[in-house]
Design a protein around this ligand. Structure first.
Ligand code: OGA
Ligand code: MN
Length: 218
C-alpha cells in the first residue's frame, strides 16, 4: 500500500474505545501519519484558492446573522474525490467498525467536512446532536496544522456533560491529532486562533430511515 497509510495502530484504537466508553471522549495525538495530513492540508489550500469553501451553516432555518455569531468557519464537504480523502475515509471506516463491534452503537455512515478558521474565527460552545436531530452519534475531529504553538490559540475546549460549567480539556489543533466524542453528550467550543486553522470534522451517524421517510445524508 502507499506511504499515505496512517499509523493509528492497536493502542490508539483502544484509547479511543476505552475513552468513549468511560468518559464519552478521547484524544489521540499523531493518530494520522504526517504524510496523509500533509496531503489533506494541501487539498484544503488548493480548494480554498479555487474558492470552493463556503461559510458554514448551523441548521436549515438559521439566518446568516445568527450563524455568524455562533460560528465563523468556512467548510467544504468531503466527497471522496482525492486519494488523500479516500485514505482518510478508509481509516475512519475501520474505526467505525471497531466502535460498532465494541460499543454496539450501530454507526451506519460518516459525513464530514474540511473546515478553515481564519485568524479570529471561532465556534461557540455547542453539541453536535441534540433532541430531534440525533442521527449524529460519534463526532470525530482531525487536525491538519503544522508546527502549531501554544501561543497560536485555537484550542478545542471540551466539557464532560451537556450541562457542565467547568471544562475538562483543551486540545491544541496539532497535525495528526484525532479527537472523538459522543455527539449528544459532549459540549465543545473552538477558541479563536492567531493563525489560519485547518480541521476536518466528521460524524458517524445512525440511520433513521423507515418505509415512510428516507433519512437524508445531511
Ligand atoms: C464542528 C466542530 C471542531 C474543530 O465543526 O462541529 O466542533 O476543532 N469542530 O474544528
Ligand atoms: Mn462541533
Amino acid at each position: 500500500m502507499s506511504e499515505l497509510l496512517t499509523i493509528g495502530g492497536g493502542d490508539s484504537r483502544s484509547t479511543i474505545l476505552g475513552g468513549l466508553a468511560a468518559d464519552g471522549y478521547a484524544v489521540v495525538p499523531n493518530y494520522f501519519s504526517a504524510t496523509l495530513v500533509r496531503a489533506l492540508r494541501g487539498e484544503v489550500k488548493q480548494r480554498d484558492e479555487a474558492g470552493e469553501f463556503q461559510d458554514a451553516a448551523i441548521g436549515r432555518s438559521d439566518g446568516h446573522h445568527q450563524n455568524d455569531f455562533v460560528r465563523r468557519d468556512r467548510t467544504y464537504w468531503l466527497d471522496g474525490a482525492t486519494l488523500a480523502q479516500c485514505q482518510l475515509q478508509q481509516e475512519l471506516e475501520r474505526l467505525r467498525l471497531d466502535i460498532n463491534r465494541d460499543l454496539f452503537l450501530g454507526l451506519f455512515d460518516l459525513e464530514s467536512h474540511f473546515a478553515i478558521y481564519d485568524p479570529g474565527a471561532f465556534y461557540r460552545r455547542h453539541l453536535d446532536a441534540f433532541n430531534g436531530n440525533n442521527q449524529r452519534v460519534v463526532s470525530v475531529v482531525i487536525y491538519l496544522n503544522d508546527a502549531w504553538q501554544g501561543s497560536d490559540g485555537g484550542c478545542l475546549r471540551i466539557w464532560p456533560e451537556p450541562d457542565s460549567v467547568h471544562s475538562v480539556l483543551e486540545v491544541a489543533p496539532r497535525a495528526g491529532t484525532l479527537v472523538c466524542f459522543l455527539s449528544e453528550r459532549i459540549p465543545h467550543e473552538v477558541l479563536a486562533a492567531r493563525r489560519e486553522r485547518f480541521s476536518i470534522a466528521g460524524w458517524f451517524r445512525r440511520n433513521n430511515s423507515s418505509a415512510l421517510c428516507i433519512d437524508p445524508p445531511r
